[in-house]
Write a protein that binds this ligand. Structure first.
Ligand code: GLU
Length: 375
């Protein structure tokens, strides 16, 4: 397995490093705070020809400190207020740590809704690509004033997985205050053993995992494994490791046995299909008959009007919809070529009859197989 780690580390050209609240707010280790350690490690990665984006939590944790709050607020608007106070402090720390090593950081605030829109996703990608080209390190956080997903339950774990596709990274490194994934909850069972490599993240039983939050952040091991799963489907490896251990980034990038490594899926989704499956927010449902469902699942076909029984929700052409069987169970997702009102009129028809009903035909397929992901 050592070889696999080395191969993955060597191959990684672009890396997303996710830093959790428990790491950001930890006291300095070996005299250096996390910002200084990160900046030096990222500078070294750059010297070895790699590009890094940071997904950083810690706005709430630093805001709490600034406001003299000892406990994480229970009310979400107060967490948002703490984040609004702390985000400035967070960026000031990154700015001075990167300046100290002659590098530059840029603040990028995103929400899941932003990434759910293909246009905004591509806009964000263009900005990030330009930052990489200029040699600047993007520091991404959720825009906590307008979105509450991560501050409710994620501590940016999910955001880091979406960012992996956004910047087309090969490796996601999740730094937290835990050493990795254990076979049992290490807090409850002292004999719990660390898992060194997860070969297939899809067979992990995450439902039974503790998702206990630490005092500062909200993400537990479950949301980290879920992030690793999303990254794996994009063809990126994930390492979950302890960010409070000095030198951890260098060791992971040298392919050493640090934390838990999650292997990428071999049949990776393209960036667009990954976006359809995980970033997009479906706006409606098409009910597909059994024959068409088989053709989609087993033969990799496109969805034609003739296979559609019913349509639900109001959506425009170009939006992502759920493909469900007749009991309403989702089995695929894809970009619709027709709006919900058009589908209402052409459902069940042969493609040749579409013009007669609509007066025009944009495509033969309601969802083309290139824009369809089987789940
Ligand atoms: N965006 C939040 C932050 O920066 C996520 C972490 C949390 O939930 O505490 O603080």
């Amino acid at each position: 397995m050592k070889d696999v780690r080395k191969k993955i580390a060597k191959r990684a050209r672009r890396v997303v490093i996710k830093v959790g609240s428990a790491v950001i707010a930890a006291p300095p280790v070996d005299g250096a705070d996390i910002f200084g350690r990160l900046a030096s490690a990222i500078k070294e990665l750059k010297a070895s020809g790699r590009e890094t984006a940071v997904v950083s939590s810690g706005a709430i944790a630093l805001g709490m400190r600034r406001l003299g709050m000892r406990e994480r607020p229970v009310a979400i608007p107060e967490r948002q207020a703490a984040a609004a106070v702390g985000q400035g402090s967070l960026m000031a720390m990154y700015d001075s740590a990167f300046s100290a090593v002659d590098e530059k950081a840029a603040q990028v605030l995103l929400t899941h809704d932003d990434l759910g829109s293909r246009k905004r996703f591509l806009n964000a990608r263009n900005t990030l690509t330009a930052l990489f080209r200029l040699g600047i390190v993007p520091v991404i956080n959720e825009n906590d004033t307008v979105a509450v997903e991560e501050i409710k339950f994620g501590d940016n774990d999910a955001l880091s997985a979406l960012a992996t596709n956004l910047v087309e990274a090969d490796l996601l490194l999740i730094l937290s205050d835990i050493d990795g994934l254990y076979d049992k909850d290490p807090k409850a069972s002292p004999d719990a053993k660390k898992v060194h490599v997860v070969e297939d993240v899809d067979v992990l039983k995450t439902d039974s995992m503790a998702n206990s939050a630490n005092r500062l952040g909200t993400g537990g091991i479950r949301s980290k494994c879920e992030a690793a799963r999303l990254a794996a489907h994009f063809g990126a490896a994930t390492v979950i490791a302890n960010g409070n251990r000095p030198g951890v980034i260098g060791r992971v990038m040298a392919g050493e046995d640090e934390g838990t490594l999650f292997l990428p899926k071999e049949d990776r989704l393209t960036s667009k299909k990954h976006w359809i499956a995980f970033s997009a927010r479906p706006t409606g449902r098409v009910f597909v008959d059994d024959g068409a469902r088989e053709a989609l699942l087993k033969k990799g076909r496109s969805l034609l009007p003739s296979g559609i029984r019913e349509v639900d929700g109001a959506f425009e052409a170009g939006e992502v919809v759920h493909c469900v069987d007749q009991s309403g169970m989702e089995f695929a997702r894809g970009v619709a070529n027709y709006s919900s009102s058009e589908i209402q009129r052409i459902k069940g028809l042969k493609s040749a009859d579409v013009v007669g009903v609509l007066g025009y035909k944009v495509y033969d397929e309601v969802i083309h197989r290139d824009n369809l992901v089987v789940l």
